[in-house]
Design a binder for this molecule. Structure first.
Ligand SMILES: [Zn+2]
Length: 207
């Protein structure tokens, strides 16, 4: 699906209320592509804040998140601090009854979901030293060094089947576009978050 010509929210600033701006930038980056019909669903990992920001921050963010979800007309299911969010309650039920997998719910391209599964199976079967994420970041690092990376790829959170996966490029460019037009702070945050992941990888797995 990705970007629709006439988004339901086009032309309206649905984000102009104070609780939205109190919401963590990473959460805003998760929610905007769903609200703007670029992705089917999002997974907000609120539980991570317990470790990174403490339980008080977590409980405050939980209040803002649930308020914003209701106000923006999104449906959600929560399990141990993992929020699965969508405009479609049917899709949420399909996820919960395992009719669809998480990757599909999150709108990841099928080629990337299949490649990730295959790579995980090979990793487990052959006892390889490096898992799919490590192999992916290695490719990403090489492309950054060569200056051949499409920077729109820093606007996503999935492991791509290939760095030039066209479906991923369309998806990430759409995410970049809606974030930059609807919530520029969240756009910068997501890009920085992904750059930081790459720096962390580089530190952990130096050449
Ligand atoms: Zn792909």
């Amino acid at each position: 699906m990705f970007i629709k010509k006439e988004s339901r929210t086009k032309g309206k600033n649905i984000y102009s209320f104070i609780e939205w701006y109190k919401l963590n930038l990473g959460i805003r980056a998760d929610l905007v592509p769903v609200l703007e019909d670029v992705r089917l669903g999002a997974n907000v990992e609120l539980w991570k804040f317990e470790r990174t920001r403490g339980s008080q921050y977590l409980s405050i963010q939980k209040r803002y998140l649930e308020y914003c979800l209701v106000k923006l007309g999104l449906y959600y299911k929560e399990q141990r601090g993992d929020y699965y969010v969508s405009k479609s309650p049917i899709l949420l039920n399909q996820l919960w009854s395992r009719e669809i997998e998480t990757g599909e719910f999150l709108g990841y391209p099928k080629c990337c979901i299949d490649a990730f599964k295959k790579s995980c199976q090979e990793f487990l079967k052959n006892g390889q030293e490096k898992g799919p994420a490590v192999l992916f970041y290695r490719k990403l690092k090489e492309a950054v060094k060569k200056g051949s990376l499409n920077e729109a790829l820093f606007y996503t959170l999935h492991i791509h089947c290939e760095l030039d996966c066209q479906k991923t490029i369309i998806l990430t460019e759409s995410i970049k576009l809606v974030l930059e037009s609807r919530d520029i702070e969240a756009a910068y945050h997501l890009m920085e978050y992904n750059w930081n992941l790459l720096y962390a990888f580089n530190y952990k797995y130096p050449d």
